[in-house]
Design a protein around this ligand. Structure first.
Ligand SMILES: NC(=O)c1ccc[n+]([C@@H]2O[C@H](COP(=O)([O-])OP(=O)(O)OC[C@H]3O[C@@H](n4cnc5c(N)ncnc54)[C@H](OP(=O)(O)O)[C@@H]3O)[C@@H](O)[C@H]2O)c1
Length: 235
């Protein structure tokens, strides 16, 4: 039986993926900071409390779990808002969870020679967006980190993947007060991630129609990019 460790497995995408992987016969360990949330997932998942911003807790969690076949580094935080309404503490907190938290996990996994690491970024990291100056840069940094890791480990027996979701209904996106194009349910996201994990492709990006548009937008020069963003978001 293969073992998977999913951080942020107590809700949203991580929870849906945990349940799907249990159904596919994996031994599934889920982590987060809140034990009750992890326990409520049930269905044979194994809760391991761990704050990914604390190196000791990450190492303790991995010691408890033992051998890991696949790690899905999915834990993340989000605090939307305009730059001038966002505190420095908030910028730091999101970077600490989304970027340094994931890096902490990667370093601990490499130390234990885990052979398959999938890191959940976001299409929000592709380019700068209004009201996302805390979240976007944390995911942009993470994308760049995972790309570096892929360049360094390609050709070895360690597989590195980047998961790039569009909008997925979850407690995280429940904070948004705008219409989210192409939003999908966490179960659909889990299905995409599960299928992607079985492949050798680097990026697991979904939903496809949204991603195709964003990949095009990513290439636009600023003189076209900013007017387009203003038209779509009003900012
Ligand atoms: N939903 C979307 O539209 C969307 C789109 C693109 C990317 N993503 C990414 O997908 C991932 C999952 O998000 P989601 O939408 O499923 O949101 P979610 O339901 O809020 O899940 C995030 C999970 O991360 C855990 N977490 C937060 N900080 C943590 C920390 N310091 N240590 C350990 N666990 C921590 C939370 O549990 P505790 O609070 O109990 O620790 C929570 O269960 C995130 O990385 C997010 O950025 C989401």
């Amino acid at each position: 039986m293969k073992t998977v460790w999913i951080t942020g497995g107590g809700s949203g995408i991580g929870k849906a993926l945990a349940l799907l992987m249990v159904a596919h016969g994996y031994k599934v360990y889920i982590s987060g900071r809140t034990l009750e949330k992890l326990q409520q997932v049930g269905a044979g998942t194994h809760p391991v409390v761990c704050d990914i911003t604390k190196t000791d807790e990450v190492k303790d969690a991995l010691d408890q779990i033992g051998h890991v076949d696949i790690a899905v580094l999915n834990a993340g935080g989000y605090e939307p808002g305009a730059v001038k309404e966002t505190s420095l503490d908030s910028f730091r907190k999101i970077m600490e969870i989304n970027y340094f938290g994931a890096v902490t996990c990667v370093l601990a996994l490499l130390e234990r020679q885990v052979k398959h690491i999938a890191v959940v970024g976001s299409v929000a990291g592709y380019r700068g967006l209004p009201n996302a100056a805390g979240y976007g840069p944390s995911k942009a940094a993470l994308i760049s980190f995972v790309e570096s890791l892929r360049t360094e480990l390609h050709g070895t027996d360690t597989k590195v993947q980047l998961v790039s979701p569009g909008f997925v209904k979850s407690p995280l996106t429940d904070q948004n007060d705008f219409d989210m194009p192409y939003i999908i349910e966490p179960e659909e996201a889990a299905d995409e991630i599960y299928k992607g994990l079985q492949t050798d492709q680097f990026e697991i990006a979904f939903p496809k129609p949204f991603v195709r548009r964003l990949k095009f937008v990513r290439l636009l020069p600023y003189k076209y990019y900013f007017p387009l963003i203003k038209k779509v978001t009003g900012s």
